[in-house]
Ligand binder design. Structure first.
Ligand code: P6P
Length: 328
């Protein structure tokens, strides 16, 4: 039984991490320090995002990232900020980022952790002031500390994550993460520069009435997906699709619901990435009592074959995901 930590709401992230660390006699302080490094980068990105409209840094950067997507300036800034925070923190030896084609070696040969992350997901929403997010997964490196980072270090299945989380830069900025003993949410108080515990031991509703999918591609969905959507409509469920994965996921986590990004004719493996989008959210949702699959296989058990591989994603309330899987 996960020990229910009875810390008062309003506990700072630092105090929470320290308390949790004391509960893990085996846990080294490194993971705690790594979580602090991520929170620091999140604070900096939050500030940049809030000022982006004023600093003229919104809009395209004119460069393309590995996805061939128009790289937004804040994408680039977020990538730089996270790499710098993680390099300086010293705990991370390598990063897989949506923004970089190859594995990024952080020159920390003694770092025992690997990060897979999307520094700023949904960045096309920046210019229209829609919530965006950072998604991260944390793994232990498998190859010998001190040696070069190997592909085996970064192509680990989601079940091997030691921690995962996201930052949501929305009407308020939140950090939500798990280290395998439940999910906790922290709300950022910019005036004090602190994240405060605001949602302890988050449990997602077992069932829900919200479905999140881009129905613009309805005509090319697989029959099973069409069947499930029709079923949602027969039950008069609400369609809610922000077009920003972290925002849609976060709403469904609290209200109950399912987010689906299925395969289509132009995206035979869907659009979302296994390593730095699906795995992190799948770990969180399972820790919160939900479910995540590609329609057939548990996301966390998919063996990665390449850094930027995509996967169809069905994620959210357990009963809704199971109902959708039953349509295949
Ligand atoms: P579509 C944003 O680009 C993103 O990666 C997710 O944040 C979002 O859920 C999805 O893609 C939106 O994709 O094809 O519906 O515009």
């Amino acid at each position: 039984e996960t020990e229910k930590l009875a810390l008062p709401v309003g506990t700072t992230l630092d105090r929470f991490i320290k308390k949790k660390q004391d509960d893990f006699p085996f846990a080294s302080g490194e993971l705690s320090q790594l979580l602090r490094d991520i929170a620091l980068a999140g604070k900096i990105i939050n500030r940049e995002i809030n000022r982006s409209g004023l600093l003229g840094i919104e809009g395209a950067f004119g460069a393309q990232n590995v996805q061939g997507e128009e790289q937004q300036k804040l994408d680039v800034i977020a990538d730089i900020r996270f790499m710098r925070a993680l390099r300086n923190g010293g705990e991370v030896c390598a990063v897989v980022s949506e923004e970089q084609n190859e594995i990024i070696d952080l020159d920390n040969p003694n770092g025992r952790y690997i990060i897979a992350m999307d520094p700023l997901d949904g960045s096309s929403n920046i210019d229209v002031n829609v919530s965006i997010g950072t998604i991260f997964s944390i793994y232990r490196r498998l190859s010998p500390v001190g040696g070069p980072v190997q592909m085996e270090d970064v192509l680990q299945p989601g079940v091997a994550q030691v921690a995962a989380g996201y930052l949501l830069y929305g009407s308020s900025t939140m950090l939500v993460y798990t280290t395998g003993r439940g999910v906790n949410g922290f709300t950022y108080e910019a005036g004090l520069g602190e994240f405060f515990l605001s949602h302890q031991n988050i449990q997602t509703p077992l069932d829900g009435k919200i479905f999140s999918i881009n129905e613009g591609a309805y005509n090319v969905f697989e029959p099973a997906v069409k069947k499930y959507i029709e079923d949602c409509k027969e039950q008069r469920f609400s369609g809610r699709y922000i077009g920003s994965l972290v925002a849609d996921f976060h709403r469904n986590l609290f209200k109950g619901g399912i987010y689906i990004y299925p395969r289509t004719d132009t995206a035979p493996e869907g659009k979302l990435r296994l390593l730095y989008e699906a795995n992190a959210l799948a770990y969180i949702v399972e820790q919160a009592g939900g479910k995540a699959s590609n329609g057939k296989t548990r996301i966390l058990e998919i063996e990665p074959k390449e850094l930027h591989q995509r996967t169809p994603l069905f994620i959210g309330s357990k009963k809704m995901v199971e109902k959708a899987e039953g349509c295949f």
